[in-house]
Design a protein around this ligand. Structure first.
Ligand code: ADP
Ligand code: ADP
Length: 227
């Protein structure tokens, strides 16, 4: 579903963010990229939806080299969730989520009803839809971010430290919710975190990265070697 083959990324200033890395992500699983800040996690994630292209090597989604696909088309099939949900501040919560189906040409009524379903799916009460993002807690905003990423029903979900900015108790709730959603929706999720406990809890497979963009281990949580 997602494959990195001998992928290397060197930024224009000479920083090598990822070294010759190969990794195959199994469809329908949560795969976690874990490692310290600066080890290349975000860079890898952004190569999947072509926010960044590799300097060499190939990234494939569903067997196709992402460089052969039109970025807009590619991104329709890839939801993206970031740390600070990145919601549109001047739109209601409901319209934040409805924006995506609207972009795809759905009618306003249909888009909003889909958005309501999605808010329910991520565990938000319906009346929150009429509020503005600033009126929500951090944890609620992240749920909206997840709902928006799911709006196009993409087979792939990229999640970049989505729960890192919320307090530990709320974070646990969000993690449980993601596991429940995954059970229900069967997405291919690539999840980035610097928190090994989160990685072990969420990942069916965990890729441990080291400074300089090296892949140190790639295994099921139970098979990870202590470092
Ligand atoms: P992580 O997500 O693991 O924190 P990143 O992928 O964000 O790591 O960054 C990997 C390395 O690449 C870091 O050293 C970072 O400073 C560097 N880097 C990231 N983006 C750029 C950029 N646009 N230009 C130059 N260096 C960058
Ligand atoms: P995060 O760690 O939350 O992903 P960063 O502060 O690493 O955020 O990066 C924020 C933005 O700055 C990203 O777009 C990243 O690509 C860019 N960036 C990070 N490190 C560098 C760098 N050394 N030089 C230039 N751009 C960078």
């Amino acid at each position: 579903m997602i494959e990195f083959e001998s992928v290397r990324k060197e930024y224009a200033n000479g920083t090598v963010a990822v070294q010759e890395l190969s990794l195959s992500v199994q469809p329908g699983t949560i795969t976690v990229l874990v490692g310290p800040s600066g080890c290349g996690k975000t860079t890898l994630l952004r190569m999947v939806n072509r926010m960044i292209d590799p300097s060499s090597g190939v990234v494939r989604v569903d067997g196709a080299d992402v460089r052969d696909s039109d970025p807009a088309q590619l991104r329709r099939g890839i939801g993206y969730v970031i740390q600070q949900a990145g919601l549109f501040p001047h739109r209601t919560v409901l319209d934040n989520v409805a924006t995506v189906p609207l972009l795809f040409g759905w009618s306003k009524t249909k888009a909003r009803s889909r958005a309501s379903e999605l808010l329910e799916l991520v565990g938000l009460p319906a009346d929150l839809g009429q509020r503005y993002p600033v009126q929500l807690s951090g944890g609620q905003q992240q749920r909206v971010g997840v709902a928006r990423a799911l709006a196009a029903d993409p087979p792939v979900l990229l999640m970049d430290e989505p729960f890192s900015a919320v307090d530990p108790i709320v974070r646990e709730g969000l993690q449980d919710e993601l596991l429940r959603l995954q059970d229900e929706l069967d997405k291919t999720v690539l999840f980035v975190t610097h928190d090994i406990d989160e990685a072990v809890k969420l990942g069916e497979k965990v890729a441990v990265l080291r400074q300089g963009g090296h892949l140190a281990q790639y295994a099921a949580p139970d098979d990870l070697l202590a470092e």
